[in-house]
Write a protein that binds this ligand. Structure first.
Ligand SMILES: Cc1cc2nc3c(=O)[nH]c(=O)nc-3n(C[C@H](O)[C@H](O)[C@H](O)COP(=O)(O)O)c2cc1C
Length: 311
């Protein structure tokens, strides 16, 4: 059993304490544990060149990125893909996961787990994950933190089974003043190990049942539904997993997000739901191909416009 911790905070900072507690439990349960801090690695930004997807479409049999050999991404991903469980711990910056973590996950496209399996890359496991956000404030100032981390897990086909929002931890070390939080991190480690030992089809959410609005991914972020590219629409959607439904009052007068009968159609926690997005991309590409000449002509104007940069 392999478990990897990905840390994106200060060395010996607050998030590292919770991550280490959770990893200790994994190790006590027999896991071979590794932990990396993203600050120790050279990770370049995704340029958006799409060479990775073109490579796969042209029959490539392994991940390809224009940065191969020029940074540490491949080194990390070779380990990340073959884990049984992963724990991600990220500080909250400006309500969201810290940028270094997002830059890292923007580079996931060549390593999209379902694509790699499709082209015959061996050794990728059905991974489970747990996520930890750490902030100086309460949820009010971390409103997109856990949600932002969870959103990065879909392309890795990692099923999230638990999450912790660490609050009120400003300076390094503040977290040790909250023994409940440390205990909760140990439970997160236990839950991850439990999920690893559960058959894939029986794996389920092991975190706090009442966490968040969404009964599927337990995010706290809902948005008003708008028509999708193919016309499908729900009154309300989970911003993170895409479950569709509506908010309703239960018998106790408490508002709940109730997922519609067809509300998991496009749910990103389900491989089938994620796959539908491919058709949306295909439709967009088709439109571009069909209008190649118009695009070429209209783009001339913008190619010839440039403004002075700064010195
Ligand atoms: C640039 C920056 C932005 C921050 N923004 C937030 C924020 O929006 N919400 C919050 O709760 N804490 C915020 N914080 C505080 C950190 O999340 C907090 O200190 C946390 O404990 C850092 O985790 P670490 O010790 O693991 O690095 C911010 C800190 C920095 C440096």
């Amino acid at each position: 059993m392999k478990v990897m911790g990905i840390h994106a905070g200060r060395k010996n900072g607050n998030s590292s304490v919770l991550l280490k507690e959770a990893l200790l439990v994994c190790r006590e349960s027999g896991a071979e544990v590794t932990m990396i801090n993203l600050h120790d690695f050279n990770i370049k930004y995704c340029t958006g060149c799409e060479s990775c997807t073109k490579n796969m479409a042209m029959g490539g049999k392994k991940p390809f990125c224009v940065w191969d050999g020029k940074d540490d991404m491949d080194l990390i991903m070779k380990e990340f893909l073959v884990q049984d469980g992963v724990i991600i711990a990220v500080p909250t910056y400006d309500l969201m996961p810290a940028g270094i973590y997002i830059s890292f996950t923007n580079r996931f496209l060549p390593y999209e787990a379902a694509f790699l399996k499709e082209i015959g890359v061996k050794g990728i496991k059905d991974r489970v994950g747990a996520v930890i956000s750490m902030g100086g404030s309460t949820r009010a100032w971390q409103s997109m933190a856990l949600e932002g981390i969870q959103a990065t897990m879909f392309t890795q086909s990692i099923q999230i089974v638990d999450q912790i929002l660490g609050t009120k931890c400003t300076n390094p070390g503040a977290v040790v003043l909250q023994p409940d939080l440390i205990e909760r991190a140990r439970l997160l480690g236990k839950n991850l190990v439990k999920a690893i030992h559960t058959p894939v089809e029986k794996r389920e959410w092991l975190g706090d049942k009442n966490d968040g609005w969404c009964p599927v991914c337990h995010s706290n972020s809902l948005s008003l539904g708008e028509p999708h590219w193919d016309g499908v629409q729900w009154p309300v959607e989970c911003q993170v997993c895409g479950a569709g439904g509506d908010i309703q009052k239960d018998e106790n007068g408490k508002w709940k997000f109730v997922v519609a009968e067809n509300g998991l159609l496009k749910c990103r926690t389900i491989e089938k739901g994620r796959a539908l997005h491919m058709y949306e991309i295909q439709a967009g590409m088709k439109k571009v191909m069909e209008n190649k000449e118009i695009i070429k002509e209209k783009m001339e104007k913008y190619k010839n416009i440039s403004f002075p940069s700064i010195k």
